[in-house]
Design a protein around this ligand. Structure first.
Ligand code: SF4
Ligand code: SF4
Length: 132
């Protein structure tokens, strides 16, 4: 897609951190340990997942993220469950739609939203659950 990992991370930080509930009023990550944020702790895998896909279908990008990121994340249990995800503490999972929008910005593509929301509720499908 012609974007470096550094550029991609900057775009996604600008999109996601800006609205993240963990962000402080001064614009810093408010987590006790900012490196615990799976979105950026595993950003090379996130970026690789994005960059290895050449598709107009956003579901392909979501599936690639699932395949490449969660299995190498220390938070995922052997059965595929994730306590962090269940507690809505994974920024990658919680802000997946914004990550997707950042991908659109980075690639200049507009993806179909089919599979991104559950039956028109507008609720994003999270990376730990099947795409409908
Ligand atoms: S938790 Fe992650 S997404 Fe949220 S402000 Fe910190 S680094 Fe950004
Ligand atoms: S959902 Fe869980 S396993 Fe997947 S990236 Fe987030 S913290 Fe890691």
């Amino acid at each position: 897609m012609g974007r470096s990992i550094v550029e991609l991370e900057a775009i996604i930080r600008n999109t996601v951190c800006r609205v993240c509930t963990d962000r402080t009023t001064t614009g810093e990550c408010g987590r006790e340990d900012p490196t615990s944020c799976a979105l950026f702790r595993l950003f090379p895998q996130v970026a690789e997942a994005i960059q290895t896909v050449d598709s107009e279908n956003i579901s392909d990008y979501i599936e690639a993220i699932r395949r490449n990121v969660c299995p190498v994340c220390a938070e995922q249990a052997a059965d595929g469950s994730c306590e962090v995800r269940e507690q809505v503490q994974c920024a990658l999972d919680a802000y997946l739609l914004l990550v997707v929008e950042a991908i659109e910005e980075a690639t200049g593509k507009t993806f179909e939203r089919q599979g991104l929301s559950a039956a028109g509720t507008g609720q994003p499908v999270t990376i730990g659950r099947p795409v409908q």
